[in-house]
Design a protein around this ligand. Sequence first.
Ligand SMILES: NC(=O)c1ccc[n+]([C@@H]2O[C@H](COP(=O)([O-])OP(=O)(O)OC[C@H]3O[C@@H](n4cnc5c(N)ncnc54)[C@H](O)[C@@H]3O)[C@@H](O)[C@H]2O)c1
Length: 253
Amino acid sequence: MIHRFAGKRVLLTGGASGIGRATAERFAAEGARIVIGDVDLEGASTVAQSLGGKAFSYDARDPAAAGGLVTEAVEVLGGIDILLNVAGIMTWGRFEETSPQAWQRTMDINLSGPFFLIQASIPHLKASKGNVVSVASAGGLHPVYGTSAYGVSKAGVIAITQSAALEFARFGVRANAVAPGGVATPMHEKSSAGGGVDPAIFAEAAGRNMPKLTDRPACTPEEVAAAIAYLASDEARYATGTVLVLDGGQITG
Ligand SMILES: NC(=O)c1ccc[n+]([C@@H]2O[C@H](COP(=O)([O-])OP(=O)(O)OC[C@H]3O[C@@H](n4cnc5c(N)ncnc54)[C@H](O)[C@@H]3O)[C@@H](O)[C@H]2O)c1
């Protein structure tokens, strides 16, 4: 294992599960010190403890929670070198049936969450000449049938990444994103199992926007973690405002 993050102070969200958990494990294995913010405090604490880190309760729906999480992370770590926005929810629903509540919840967690967490972290990232990596989605670059609210929120994450890259480059702070297609995580399993969603949507979606690399199993959380780690490392020191797509060719048409 390469050791690119020795002593680096990493704040990440969504570390209780899936991609966030694999990312926390990857960064810790490469020497980072980890603080996790997650609405699932129990799950996040289990992961953090196993990595010698610390977890705090954080709800991305609440902009005020961003400042609180950053304060807690800085108390534990003494600063922040790397911010990883991983927490998010999947929202299925046809365009014309998406309720205002489902729309708002999706925007609050997936879009406002990363925005206000970057805003709260930026003084510390300027001080460390650090960087941010956010988890967007292939659905933010190309529509995935039956997920319009989700796609809009993730397109917004890409726009946030590009705006942050533009505004903070003069301070030496980088901002990048990864855009996975389907990744085998609890979120994905819930989606595949329906999760209360009209099963007809899956039938309508079938055959549209499918990965083109069909000779291999689906993308794993560890592979997404590896892409996040690359972007956050000095190996990517000239990359900012970029989106690394990991979708098996899904958006190629
Ligand atoms: N799994 C996929 O196919 C896939 C594809 C593209 C992008 N993504 C994105 O990757 C990220 C991680 O997804 P995952 O598949 O690991 O899902 P997951 O459900 O396994 O994990 C999501 C994590 O986010 C946390 N979370 C949810 N709501 C929160 C809130 N309000 N405040 C704070 N934390 C909250 C959960 O507790 C959990 O730990 C998400 O942003 C998701 O949109 C996933």
